[in-house]
Design a protein. Structure first.
Ligand code: FAD
Lengths: 264, 600
């Protein structure tokens, strides 16, 4: 079975982010980058499906991202992906979830995998829309918050996480798009062997023309969503003492928590 | 002349045995240059860079190890159990750590020195025991086979070494032969009837003694298949060979996860195909293996020092006293500044040498020993500072700081003590200037007149006056002009001092340890200063001074202190204090105790 895994490169979780002067993005120098967490789980799931198969499977990692995303691709290949597609053309970049989904859909039509795995949401922008939009564009079923995958006889059994720790088991006809939740499996460690083997794997770069996409539909120009402003959270910490007899103070506290903090 | 130091763990051949540079040849390493009062510009600048592909591989390998170690390595538990758990050892093997430097054609990953050093740094940051465990396997234990093994030996053994199935150890030290390895008593006698070597003797303090499968054992003996004479050679001995056994793991101050044991050899039979390298080349093999080991050990210490900076800053930012975070206090900031700058200096020293080694440029044997000395002492100082910054918490076993203190102490002792490395490296570097001074003196004696004397001085090649300014790194970035000048002046003084010292001591320099120690410390500081200057200047060239502002700052701090320290040593290079120390030690040697009762 051929599986396409969509991965995104995001800033390291511990990176200190500084807004750029335009206030529309971050300063990228001095930021270290990594594969988005849930995307790593998606890749792990793909590798497990392949390894459980008859040996004819293929895992293709695909990323929309500038030159720096090459590092994420190398990591995916070192983890075990068989080959990769890097959509680094400037026209692909800075798109909203819909324009990214259009690019991925074009890659899916070209590659014709039976299964597409994505992470649920990116740790940076965090829309959580791309996998569902991708399913919509392809006319494929798409599942969000996938916590279990089992492929058999042209169908896939999927465990989906619901509210209040409930889970739903469903069987879906392939092809399909699954958005994998972090924690689905333990993610394997990268070995030196994997790192060395990755060097010999192919990474294809495709242009919008090769994918039959026009500039107006993708990247910055294809985005319907426009970020107006980005701002760091304002640190507001205030310590207040509620005076009075214990009973009165407690009542006052409950009142404040209800009215002002709205946590009760 | 088998001088004592030459036969020691330093294992340097006596000066006469080594090829010497001709007077017009440029120095073949940065430190050799310093001793001639020269700046070996073309070796020092630009600062070596790792080849982009290897760099990417190393970046990934470092990340991969870090990720694995975060989840799987509990340094505190390893210390408490005095053992590296099997799962951790197996985990490292699965990651490929045990095969990092094994050539690719033998199933390893062919890491060069820079890549290996970066990995050893990362290992040390997580747990010093792991670093020493891997070091004993790859840096020294398996190294003789990688460097000197026959194609058959390599094909047979290295694939298992790479996977970690065969763990290696390096067995040189004996009860009576520590620094003075040449006095070893373990013997390998040729048994013509059986066609085997028969090894008898004891080794002590062998790292991985309890875990290893394959021991590189050094022994002396006479005879062999071809009737070779008395010699000192290396052999491979497998665990399980009859007559071979190891003792229990010793209880130690630090690196408690490593297994350090005695080895006993009673009529252990070793077939000739298990001898490593030619008969009689044991010293050379041990020397070369230790040399690379010292460079990576220096790197490991640098990694440890950087980790100490992280720990100290973390605490200093959090801890509040007198209503301020203690990081706001000058005496704390001074420590942090010193720690960061010293780590930067040691790191620069290591990666300059590693880069030259990888590029096969010159011979960085002396630099390797100096890097081990500088790295281990930088880390020791950094741990000490960190414990001071953390106060009482630093002293509690509940926290990691005291473990770092215990773990880092060994670095000043093993793989050649810091005394032996100061001695051997410095005497090695003094050979060429020594030869030039001897030639000059001869010329003077021949009474060649004014012309001849001038010629002799030119041969001597260290006329500091004529070279005024030539010791200043021209390539230094403008923001470092003052430090470059300070360095240049200190180097000129160093060259002059070396020459004057050699003229004074002549061959007696071999025994003048007070002087050698001072020259060594001045040289170590100057070498590291040149590396730091090069690194910051190279970065400024590529990224602009704004892009290199951190490195420029650290370099300024480091070079200033390095030059002051060097100058301090040179000012008192033949100081009168030596005679006092000599006399006090003489007194102590006779009386055997502290010499002065408080009241009489
Ligand atoms: C934890 C641990 C692990 C080890 N692992 C290994 C291993 O895997 N393989 C192995 O072969 N060995 C190993 N060793 C041995 C180690 O290399 C030796 O301890 C070291 O070489 C010093 O020898 P020594 O202890 O006999 O000290 P000594 O040689 O007795 O030295 C004592 C002191 O005298 C100084 N000194 C000695 N000679 C001179 C001189 N000529 N001039 C000035 N000062 C001098 C020394 O610097 C030192 O300060 C290990 C040791 C330890 C503690």
């Amino acid at each position: 079975m051929k599986i396409l895994v969509a991965i995104k490169q995001v800033p390291d979780k511990n990176a200190r982010l500084v807004l750029d002067s335009a206030g529309q993005g971050i300063v990228e120098t001095d930021v270290t980058w990594e594969i988005n967490e849930s995307d790593r789980y998606a890749l792990e799931s793909a590798l497990r499906i392949k390894e459980a198969g008859d040996g004819s499977g293929e895992v293709v990692a695909v990323t929309v991202g500038p030159e720096r995303a090459r590092k994420a691709i190398s990591s995916a290949l070192a983890m075990g992906a068989d080959r990769a597609i890097h959509l680094a053309d400037p026209d692909f970049q800075n798109g909203d979830p819909l324009s990214v989904a259009r690019v991925l859909a074009a890659v899916v039509r070209k590659e014709e995998p039976q299964l597409v795995l994505c992470g649920t949401r990116s740790d940076d922008a965090g829309y959580g829309e791309t996998p569902i939009l991708l399913g919509g564009l392809l006319g494929w079923p798409a599942v969000f918050l996938t916590m279990g995958i089992e492929v058999a006889d042209g169908r896939v059994k999927v465990v989906r996480e619901l509210e209040a720790a409930r889970q739903e088991l469903s069987s879906i006809a392939l092809p399909a798009v699954l958005a994998v939740q972090s924690g689905i499996h333990e993610v394997r460690y990268t070995s030196l062997k994997g790192i060395m083997a990755a060097k010999k794997k192919t990474v294809d770069q495709l242009t919008p023309t090769e994918l039959g996409l026009s500039r107006e539909k993708i990247g910055r120009f294809g985005s319907r969503l426009q970020v107006l402003d980005l701002a760091p959270p304002v640190k507001k910490s205030k310590c207040e003492f509620i005076e009075g007899k214990p009973g009165d103070a407690a009542a006052a506290l409950v009142d404040r928590l209800r009215r002002d903090a709205k946590v009760l | 002349m088998a001088v004592f130091w030459a036969a020691g763990a330093a294992l340097r051949p006596a000066p006469e045995d080594l090829p010497t540079m001709s007077s017009d040849a440029s120095p073949n390493s940065p430190v050799h240059g310093l001793f001639l009062g020269q700046l070996a510009d073309e070796l020092i600048y630009p600062f070596p860079e790792q080849d982009p592909e290897q760099r990417e591989t190393t970046d990934q390998a470092v990340d991969a190890f870090r990720e694995w170690a975060r989840d799987n390595v509990d340094a505190r538990a390893i210390d408490a159990a005095q053992e590296i758990p099997k799962e951790v050892r197996d985990g490292m093997a699965e990651l490929g750590i045990m095969g990092m430097t094994v050539p690719e054609q033998h199933g390893g990953y062919g890491f060069g020195m820079t890549a290996y050093c970066r990995m050893v740094e990362e290992l040390t940051r997580h747990d010093a025991s792991l670093s020493v465990y891997v070091g004993a396997h790859l840096s020294i234990g398996g190294r003789p086979i990688i460097l000197y093994g026959t194609p058959e030996q390599q094909a047979k053994i290295l694939p298992q070494v790479a996977t970690g199935e065969t763990l290696c150890a390096f067995a040189l030290t004996e009860p009576g032969a520590g620094s003075d390895a040449g006095s070893m008593r373990t013997r390998a006698e040729w048994d013509p009837a059986k066609g085997v070597y028969r090894i008898n003797g004891n080794k002590i303090w062998i790292t991985n003694g309890g875990y290893a499968d394959l021991f590189t054992v050094f022994a002396r003996g006479s005879g062999g298949p071809a009737g070779e004479g008395e010699g000192f050679s290396a052999f491979m001995v497998r665990r399980g060979t009859p007559g071979f056994s190891n003792g229990p793991s010793e209880h130690k101050l630090g690196i408690r996860g490593t297994s350090t044991t005695e080895l006993a050899f009673v009529d252990v039979e070793v077939p000739p195909e298990d001898r490593v390298g030619p008969w009689g080349e044991g010293f050379k093999i041990a020397l070369q293996s230790l040399e690379t080991g010292r460079l990576s050990l220096g790197a490991g210490c640098t990694g440890g020092a950087k980790e100490m900076v992280r720990l100290a800053v973390e605490h200093a930012r959090e801890r509040r006293q007198f209503r301020h975070p203690i990081i706001e206090f000058g005496m704390i900031r001074e420590k942090l500044g010193r720690m960061a700058a010293s780590a930067f200096g040691a790191e620069s020293a290591v990666y300059l040498a590693a880069g030259l080694y990888d590029a096969k440029r010159g011979d960085v044997g002396v630099e390797a020993g100096y890097c081990k000395v500088l790295g281990s002492e930088t880390l020791w100082q950094a741990v000490n500072d960190t414990i001071q910054v953390t106060g009482g918490i630093g002293y509690m076993t509940e926290y990691p700081y005291e473990r770092h203190l215990r773990d880092s102490r060994i670095n000043l002792i093993f793989e050649g003590t810091n005394e032996i490395l100061r001695l051997s490296g410095t005497l090695e570097a003094l050979k060429e200037p020594g030869r030039r001074v001897t030639d000059a003196i001869k010329a003077e004696k021949a009474e060649l007149g004014a012309q001849g004397l001038a010629a002799a001085l030119a041969v001597e090649g260290m006329p500091a006056r004529a070279a005024a300014g030539a010791t200043v790194p021209r390539w230094a970035t403008p923001a470092l002009a003052a430090e470059a000048a300070q360095f240049g002046a200190t180097l000129a003084l160093f060259g002059e001092t070396v020459r004057a010292t050699l003229r004074k001591h002549r061959r007696a320099i071999l025994g003048a340890q007070y002087t050698i120690r001072r020259l060594a410390d001045a040289a170590i500081q100057l070498y590291a200063a040149s590396a730091a200057l090069s690194r910051a200047s190279t970065l400024a060239r590529d990224k602009g001074e704004e892009g290199a502002r951190r490195e420029i700052l650290l370099t300024r701090r480091f070079v200033d202190e390095a030059c002051r320290r060097a100058r301090h040593e040179l000012d008192v290079v033949d100081g009168s204090r030596d005679a006092m120390d000599d006399e006090i030690a003489g007194l102590l040697a006779i009386e055997g105790r502290y010499p002065s009762p408080l009241f009489t």
